[in-house]
Design a protein around this ligand. Structure first.
Ligand code: AMP
Ligand code: MG
Length: 322
C-alpha cells in the first residue's frame, strides 16, 4: 500500500509518499517565509495554493501517481486558511486518482514519523514545534498530554523574540548561531508540574534587549532557560509514566543545545534518547503519508467518502480516537 500525504498546517506546504513498510518514496516541500515578521495565515495559505501544483510536478518525477492507494492530509491542528488549501488540494487529487481520502492528526504524525525513523518504541515525547509544546506519552490506549505550554509554544516564543530583535521569521536557527557567542543573564524560569510557560520569559528578554543587553547573551540565556524547563518537565514525565525512553520531535528538535541537555538527563537516568532526523523534524508530507497508512489500518473510513472529510483546526492529540 502506498500513501500520498499533503501537509499545510502552517508555514510549510509539502507532499510526501511512503509505503506500508515505511520506505519513503517521495518528499517535496516549500516554505512560506516572511522576512519582515511572523506568519500571516492568509499569505501563507496563498503561498500553499500557488505552490502545490508545482510540488506535484516535482513529485511526479519520483513516483507514478497511478500506484497511489490513499491520499492523506493534515486535518489539524493548524491555521484554518492553510489547512483549507491543503484539504482542497488533497480532495482534488483524491477525485482525480479515485483514491480514498483520510484526514489525519498533524501531531500524531510528528510522533509516529519519529518512532518510524529511530529505534525508540514507547517513549515520553517532547513535542517542540512552532505552535505546540507538549510532553506526551501513550498510556491507557491513547496519546495523553502530561504537560504543555500554558501560553505560546517554544518555537513561537523563540520566533517572537527573534522578530523583536529583527531576525525575521523563523528565528530559531539564527538564534542558535547567535547563542554560541553569548553568556548567561538571568531570566524567569517557569515550570508548573509538567507545564511550561514561555511568554513572560520572552517579555523579559525583549525588555532587557531594549535596556541594551546584547542579543548574543539573550539568545544564549533564552536557550538555557527554556530548554532547561523542557528538560525538567521531560524528566518528571518519565518518572511519572515509568518510561525508559525519550523522543524529541518537532522543528525545534533541530537545536543542538536542546538535544544536548536532554541527552545528559537521559544518560543520568539510564534511559534511551532519540531525536527525529532533522530532515523530518519540521512539518513534512511524508509524516502525513505515514499517519495515513497507520490510520487506514485502524480506522473505518468511507472509501468513496471523498467529500466527507473536513479540517479540524483545534484538534488536540488527546482527542484522537484510535
Ligand atoms: P515546526 O512548527 O515543527 O515546523 O517547527 C518550526 C519551528 O522550529 C520554528 O519556530 C523555528 O524557529 C524552530 N526552529 C527551527 N530550527 C531551530 C533551531 N535550530 N533552534 C531552535 N528552533 C528552531
Ligand atoms: Mg508541526
Amino acid at each position: 500500500m502506498k500513501c500520498l500525504g499533503i501537509e499545510s498546517t502552517a508555514h510549510t506546504a509539502s507532499i510526501g509518499a511512503i509505503n506500508e513498510k515505511g520506505e519513503i518514496l517521495a518528499d517535496v516541500k516549500d516554505m512560506y517565509v516572511n522576512e519582515k515578521g511572523g506568519i500571516i495565515p492568509i499569505e501563507a495559505a496563498k503561498h500553499h495554493k500557488n505552490i502545490f501544483p508545482k510540488l506535484l510536478d516535482e513529485i511526479k518525477k519520483n513516483i507514478d501517481l497511478d500506484k497511489i492507494d490513499i491520499i492523506s492530509f493534515s486535518k489539524g491542528p493548524g491555521l484554518s486558511p492553510c489547512l483549507l488549501e491543503g484539504m482542497k488540494f488533497a480532495r482534488k487529487m483524491a477525485l482525480e486518482l479515485q483514491a480514498p481520502l483520510i484526514g489525519v492528526n498533524h501531531l500524531t504524525a510528528h510522533l509516529e514519523i519519529g518512532k518510524l525513523l529511530t529505534n525508540i518504541k514507547d517513549p515520553v515525547f517532547i513535542l517542540a514545534t512552532g505552535a505546540n509544546t507538549q510532553v506526551i506519552s501513550f498510556e491507557g490506549g491513547k496519546y495523553r498530554i502530561f504537560g504543555e505550554c500554558l501560553s505560546i509554544g517554544i518555537g513561537n516564543a523563540l520566533d517572537k523574540f527573534g522578530r523583536a530583535i529583527g531576525l525575521g521569521f523563523p528565528a530559531g536557527a539564527k538564534m542558535e548561531e547567535l547563542a554560541k557567542n553569548g553568556k548567561y543573564v538571568e531570566l524567569p524560569y517557569v515550570v508548573k508540574g509538567m507545564d511550561v510557560e514561555f511568554s513572560g520569559i520572552i517579555t523579559r528578554a525583549i525588555q532587557l534587549h531594549k535596556q541594551g543587553v546584547n542579543k548574543e547573551d539573550l539568545c544564549f540565556s533564552l536557550q538555557e532557560t527554556c530548554f532547561a524547563m523542557l528538560t525538567e518537565a521531560a524528566e518528571r514525565a518519565m518518572a511519572h509514566c515509568n518510561k525508559k525512553e525519550l523522543l524529541l520531535i518537532g522543528g525545534v528538535a533541530a537545536n543542538k543545545r536542546l538535544i544536548g541537555m536532554l541527552e545528559i538527563m537521559c544518560n543520568e537516568r539510564n534511559a534511551s534518547f532519540g531525536v527525529v532526523p532533522i530532515k523530518y523534524s519540521g512539518d513534512n508530507g511524508v509524516m502525513i503519508a505515514w499517519q495515513g497508512i497507520l490510520d487506514s489500518k485502524l480506522r473505518k473510513f468511507d472509501k468513496k467518502g471523498i467529500e466527507k472529510e473536513d479540517i479540524n483546526p483545534n484538534w488536540r492529540i488527546d482527542q484522537v480516537k484510535n
